[in-house]
Design a protein around this ligand. Structure first.
Ligand code: UD1
Length: 430
């Protein structure tokens, strides 16, 4: 099992380049199999979730080439099976995007119920409701979702909750149904817009992505295209908070500053300077941070995927902060780990009350999920002494070369897999 060992207390300084968004790339790779012509995807993040999904589309027969780690070419004309294998896909939640893609293209899909991050119950009833509305029969049998349609037709669908996954999944399937589908109360996240733009590049007719009403006119087939994935706002936000926690000065490059506004607003509230460029943001933290309150909301609200990272930063801010999680029910599992590093946090229901402390101290902690793992790394970078973060396999699901990018910013961090390597690192950096 790999771990990160970190010597904290060093301000991060320099520039970091941001990869393509994992949460946009996952539906886009899935949707790419809907074309029988070559689709080239650029700016792909080289992270575990993406690589698992690429392997599983290869297993159902898609032709895949990877000319370099950030580019993939996919041709769906060779697909032989609409049944996705459990072993290959169980680790990633976004396996559900293959349902919408296969159903849209072949009117048939068999996909095991998704796994993924352990952040609470994650129903997919809204996805299934949408598929049923456009004419599919959907059953769950032996842990697998089986969706079939004789013919798919347009429908007017009201989402009961704002769901990124359901919005994109229904958009994919409906883009090949006959007639017009309207999705009301749709999610507005940048990756919903990116998935719609990609589908349109393959010939789909989708309007309104980025607003809460999306209109889709079904088309009979898709063609090939070349498409570049949008930058990852969560990866960018993570480095912005790492700069804040370490009192650093970091330019985060290859971003769309507009997507980062909710994050930027919080950094300014807690006393950082944030300078926006055309495709970069610079975060400078020169004084002790101040408290704030934050509540996670669907986009353009403050993202739930940035909740653990801001909590790590606020654990060092002056005063009492309140963090409310309104999207997922079990997203404070990292709090006990931060407490081991000296943070003063009490969780009541979906709220964390954080009394800021002047200093965290390094400890051995374990990463409970992807974003929480990133938050523990941020805490370790700011803490005095050595921190060992276990279970970094979660972090590797979503952050490309995390330790390399942090090292380039001056951090003392190493990926290790034995106690011996930890000791060597501790001796080498003193
Ligand atoms: C996606 C992201 C995840 C992010 C989340 C919210 C991917 C692969 N993952 O997850 O990182 O944290 O958006 O921004 O893109 N819900 C239902 N029924 C459904 C679907 C969702 O009740 O059918 C609820 C969920 O339990 C949750 C809320 O809706 O409370 C939002 O979930 P959703 O937006 O669907 O999250 P994901 O798409 O799974």
């Amino acid at each position: 099992m790999e771990q990160y060992v970190i010597k904290g207390g060093i301000p991060l300084v320099g520039e970091v380049g941001i990869a393509g968004a994992k949460n946009a790339a996952l539906p886009i790779i899935s949707a790419a199999i809907m074309s029988d012509e070559m689709v080239t995807l650029e700016n792909l993040p080289d992270v575990n979730d993406i690589n698992v999904l690429i392997e599983s589309i290869e297993k159902i027969g898609a032709h895949v080439e990877r000319p370099d780690r950030h580019t993939v070419r996919i041709n769906g004309s060779t697909i032989q099976s609409c049944a996705v294998d459990y072993e290959s896909i169980k680790k990633i939640r976004a396996s559900y995007y293959l349902l919408g893609a296969l159903l849209g293209k072949y009117q048939e899909a068999e996909v095991p119920l998704p796994g993924g991050c352990n952040i609470g119950s994650r129903p997919i009833d809204q996805h299934l409701k949408g598929f049923r509305a456009i004419g599919a029969e959907v059953n769950i049998s032996h842990g697998t979702i089986i969706a079939r349609a004789k013919k798919m037709h347009g429908a007017h669908i009201f989402m009961d909750v704002v769901s990124v996954g359901a919005t994109i999944n229904i958009m994919m399937a409906a883009s090949r149904a006959e007639g017009r589908t309207i999705i009301e109360n749709a999610a507005k996240e940048p990756h919903v817009v990116d998935a719609a733009n990609f589908l349109n590049s393959m010939g789909a007719d989708i309007k309104g992505a980025g607003t809460d009403v999306i209109r889709i006119n079904g088309v009979p087939k898709f063609h090939g295209c070349v498409y570049s994935i949008v930058p990852d706002m969560i990866e960018a936000g993570t480095y912005m908070f790492a700069a804040a926690a370490t009192k650093g000065d970091v330019i985060v490059k290859n971003v769309i500053p507009k997507h980062l506004e909710a994050i930027t607003a919080k950094l300014i509230e807690i006393g950082c300077e944030v300078e926006e460029g055309d495709d970069s943001v610079r975060v400078v933290a020169s004084k002790r941070l101040m408290r704030t309150h934050v509540k996670t909301m669907p986009y353009p609200g403050y993202p739930t995927d940035m909740q653990p990272q801001i909590a790590a930063v606020l654990s060092l801010a002056q005063g009492t902060s309140i963090v409310t999680e309104s999207i997922f029910e079990n997203r404070f599992k990292y709090v006990d780990e931060l407490t081991r590093m000296g943070a003063n946090i009490k969780v009541e229901g979906n709220t964390a009350i954080i009394d800021g402390v002047p200093q965290l101290t390094g400890a051995r902690v374990s990463s409970p999920d992807l974003r929480a793992g990133a938050a523990l790394v941020i805490a370790g970078l700011a803490a005095e002494g050595f921190t060992v973060v276990d279970d970094i396999v979660y972090i590797q699901r979503g952050y490309e070369d995390f330790e390399g990018k942090l090292s380039n910013l001056g951090a003392e961090i190493r990926r290790v897999s034995t106690e011996d390597e930890i000791r060597k690192f501790e001796l080498s950096v003193g």
